[in-house]
Design a protein around this ligand. Structure first.
Ligand code: GDP
Length: 140
């Protein structure tokens, strides 16, 4: 099924010069980038993005991290792309991520794990609309 998902190259990925490496993985997997920009989230924007994690012990820390520097946000398009991209990313904790995944290869910490990808269609819709307006995304 053709889908869209939201991907973020997080501040650690940008500051460690991993933008090209992540995009290379997407291209090799035949995932299309429909929209892309570099942003720097405010603390409030990061809190809104990770609202589902409000109240968890890492909420303050992860929202500090996500607002600590520029990120690259992208809308990805492909067959079953939500699951496919999460497979490319690997598990949240890089130590548990499969060999060859982005997080296993590049992450340094459970929090500084280089990339984000939506985990459901509903979250993908919310997250895409959080960062992109209709003019920035090509029509389906
Ligand atoms: P994801 O969907 O794989 O990104 O994982 P989650 O939605 O569970 O968590 C969101 C983000 O919060 C993760 O990608 C990490 O950056 C961070 N995170 C998750 N679990 C922890 C944790 O136990 N400690 C810390 N410090 N950060 C975490």
């Amino acid at each position: 099924m053709r889908q869209r998902t939201l991907s973020i190259i997080k501040p650690d990925g940008v500051s460690r010069n991993l933008i090209g490496k992540v995009i290379g993985r997407l291209e090799a997997a035949d995932i299309k980038i429909m929209a892309m920009k570099m942003i720097k989230m405010t603390k409030e924007q990061a809190k809104g993005f990770y609202k589902v994690h409000e109240g968890k012990p890492f909420y303050e820390s992860v929202t500090d991290f996500m607002s600590s520097g520029p990120s690259v946000v992208m809308v990805l398009d492909g067959d079953d792309v939500i699951k496919e991209y999460r497979k490319l990313m690997g598990a949240t904790n890089y130590k548990e991520a499969e060999e060859g995944t982005i997080r296993r290869e590049f992450a340094t910490d459970i929090e500084k794990n280089v990339v984000h990808g939506s985990d459901s269609e509903e979250n993908a819709r919310f997250e895409i609309n959080y960062f992109f307006n209709a003019l920035e995304i090509p029509a389906q």
